[in-house]
Design a protein around this ligand. Structure first.
Ligand code: ADP
Length: 420
């Protein structure tokens, strides 16, 4: 069966989040890590390609996304979704806008929409301003993100410097009038030369209106929640067929590990709650890692009972993150932490761990790459946007839960172990 919907995600947790929400509709979803090196074979109705390009240099992010698009087109895809974070994580240079413009050019689209809203996780957009719970984005903990500090809440202002075309807004008042009204508004904006339209959404019902209005568009961009209604809409037109993935959960040994490189506010609470359950824990200090390498952490890990699902975490308060960045540089400290956690993941697998819970988008990218995983099947959701996934690493079947920074409840790590 050829692919109908092809998705490109800018980080790995974002890709599993998207795949999990798409799979809710019962459609067959396959997730590839990186652009597959081989020609499409055994493609699913919905294919998601996970890139690690959120903070990559713009030219690299654009090149990777275009390569992903090319692979998806060869798999037969006719509709495309560019997925980024529900907090619009990006630097002033990009990469959300530049990638969207490159995909638009390749697909011949004069206009696309931007809607990162994820109401189930408290991300909403009103008058073009993004909220995290009740706080504007720039007042939320995202202002202190180690790699993509978000210091403006207005999506038009964030997007305009990233694109060459004009940016506009279809607001909530328009969305409230329904799919027809939104379609008319997008057409009017296109007439006025607006290529990039931010669309407001405060509830799942708004996302359904937007998805319906944009159902026939070749390219949509947004957060995972906007993609959720698409399979059902495509099915209604007979364009998408095929059964769900079916039961894929392998019977895995208990041995597990938790690796946290996320410094997001919710991850802090999750790490603290998990340690309080009595799980063995080790904090990784980037300044110590920079001088001693991951050796001491690996020694600690080798002495642990993996059946107790120990946790290794670099999760730290904003002041500690800034201090480490001032000493080592932002990119270097990130890379050092990611490399250490990735080395721990491989060591844990070799010692028998078969369930891995990873917190942090960039961190998940590093861990997944180190484990040599290239394709994931989507299993049960632990929390909105965080499914268990099943794959193979080093010849062993393993389960991976990749959690983006602020997702999940405070009890997430224990929830994941119970749901495994
Ligand atoms: P999130 O999903 O919360 O955004 P990410 O893994 O994407 O998490 O990003 C967190 C980044 O912060 C990673 O690059 C990670 O290596 C880095 N990091 C983790 N701990 C620290 C620390 N203590 N000091 C500085 N940077 C850190």
């Amino acid at each position: 069966m050829p692919t109908f919907l092809g998705c490109i995600a800018d980080d790995f947790t974002g890709a599993t989040d998207l795949a999990g929400l798409l799979a809710r509709s019962g459609v067959q979803v396959s997730l590839r890590i990186g652009v597959p090196q081989t020609a499409p074979a055994d493609a699913a109705a919905v294919e998601v390609i996970a890139l690690k390009c959120r903070t990559a240099p713009v030219a690299e992010a654009v090149a990777e996304s275009r390569a992903a698009l090319d692979w998806l087109r060869r798999a037969g895809a006719e509709r495309f979704f560019w997925k980024y974070c529900s907090t619009f994580d990006s630097t002033a240079e990009g990469n959300i806008g530049p990638v969207a413009e490159a995909l638009m050019a390749d697909l011949g689209c004069a206009q696309t929409i931007y809607c990162p809203a994820f109401p189930e996780n408290g991300r909403t957009i009103f008058m073009g301003n993004l909220f995290v719970g009740r706080q504007p984005l720039a007042e939320s903990p995202m202002k202190d993100h180690p790699l993509t500090p978000m210091r403006d809440s207005n999506l038009m202002r964030l997007l305009q410097p990233q694109v060459t075309g004009r940016v506009g807004l279809a607001d909530r008042l328009c969305v409230a009038r329904g799919a027809g009204a939104l379609r008319d508004e997008l057409a009017a904006l296109a007439q006025a030369g607006v290529a990039h339209v931010v669309v407001d959404a405060v509830a799942n019902a708004d996302l359904e209106v937007i998805a319906e209005a944009c159902r026939d568009r070749v390219l949509i961009t947004g957060g995972s929640a906007l993609a959720m209604p698409l399979p059902t809409l495509y099915r209604a037109t007979g364009r998408l067929t095929g059964a769900a993935n079916g039961p894929v959960r392998p019977d895995l040994p208990r041995a597990a590990i938790v690796l946290s490189g996320s410094c997001s506010a919710m991850t802090h609470a999750q790490v603290a709650r998990y340690i309080a359950t009595g799980a063995p824990s080790l904090r990784l200090d980037p300044l110590v890692l920079a001088t001693s390498g991951p050796g001491p952490a690996l020694d600690w890990l080798a002495a642990q009972d993996l059946d107790r699902a120990p946790i290794l975490y670099a999760t730290a308060e904003p002041a500690a993150v800034r201090a480490a960045q001032d000493r080592l540089g932002r990119d270097r400290v990130g890379a050092i932490v990611e490399a250490a956690l990735a080395a721990c993941a491989v060591a844990a697998r070799d010692a028998g761990a078969r369930r891995f819970v990873v917190a942090g988008g960039e961190t998940s990218g590093a861990v997944t790459q180190a484990l040599g995983v290239d394709r994931l099947q989507i299993g049960r959701e632990i929390a909105p946007g965080v499914p268990w996934t099943w794959c193979e690493s080093g010849g062993y079947p393993i389960a991976l839960a990749l959690k983006s920074g602020n997702f999940g409840a405070a009890s997430f790590f224990s929830d994941a172990m119970e749901a495994a």
